[in-house]
Design a protein around this ligand. Structure first.
Ligand code: PGA
Length: 236
């Protein structure tokens, strides 16, 4: 079981130091991957928590002002990196080609890509959601060997669920997870979108879930601790 903490654009330097101290004190056997903002990556120090990134450049190191390459992330000991988060697809117009390039750069640097996919409310309502997910998935793994495809973690995050308090039913999640598995030989599929210390009681009944991607809950240390206790009881 793996839990990814996506801090998004939060926590200034001092806040991050206090936060890191708090979450480092959580006793858990779950693999915790923390994805701070880029600047806080350089403030990260922990022998328990694993370091992740929220983004990477689609380019190699070089003349790309404002970019952070996979090679740079690697030098900071980053082990995982989110790719194609719906907020980046929406606000930075990240497209299929860039996402595919980012995944390739990460794999070249031995950083595990966590590919985020999921449909909008309109796509779900118009019953197009499976097509959308297939397109997101296949474009992201374009030209990758089977061996490399297996290294990618998939995070299913319906856009309508992120930060809204709405979550799909267990049947809806199971349907998508099986669908994803029919297209990619991934080792891990995570669920993300409004996961909290209460709805995890229902979510943890889904056997196919290999872990969770947390946004809001990643910043709420006490609730996070409760959440981790609940999923740890299941794994033990
Ligand atoms: P949320 O965000 O947990 O606040 O819904 C999840 C995500 O965006 O990764």
């Amino acid at each position: 079981m793996i839990v990814i903490l996506n801090n998004k654009c939060n926590l200034n330097k001092d806040e991050f130091k206090a936060y890191l101290k708090d979450i480092s004190e959580i006793k858990t056997k779950i693999d915790l991957v923390l994805c701070p903002n880029f600047l806080n990556i350089s403030e990260f120090k922990s022998d328990k928590i694993i370091l992740g990134s929220q983004n990477v450049s689609a380019q190699n190191s070089g003349a790309f002002t404002g970019e952070i390459s996979a090679n740079i992330l690697k030098s900071y000991n980053v082990k995982y990196c989110l790719v194609g988060h719906s907020e980046r697809r929406k606000y930075q117009q990240e497209n299929y080609h860039e996402i595919n390039q980012k995944i390739k750069k990460l794999l070249e640097s031995n950083i595990t890509p966590i590919l985020c996919i999921g449909e909008t409310k309109e796509e779900r309502d118009s019953k197009k959601y499976k097509e959308v997910i297939k397109e997101q998935l296949l474009s992201a793994i374009k030209d990758l060997s089977l061996e490399n495809q297996k290294k990618i973690i998939i995070a299913y995050e319906p856009v309508w669920s992120i930060g809204t308090g709405l979550i799909p039913t267990n049947n809806q999640i199971e349907e998508i997870f099986s669908y994803i598995k029919s297209y990619i030989m991934t080792n891990k599929i995570l669920y993300g979108g409004s996961v909290n210390e209460t709805n995890v009681d229902t979510l943890k009944k889904i056997n196919l879930i290999d872990g969770y991607l947390l946004g809001t809950l990643s910043l709420q240390e006490k609730k996070l601790k409760l959440f981790l206790n609940k999923i740890e009881n299941l794994t033990n």
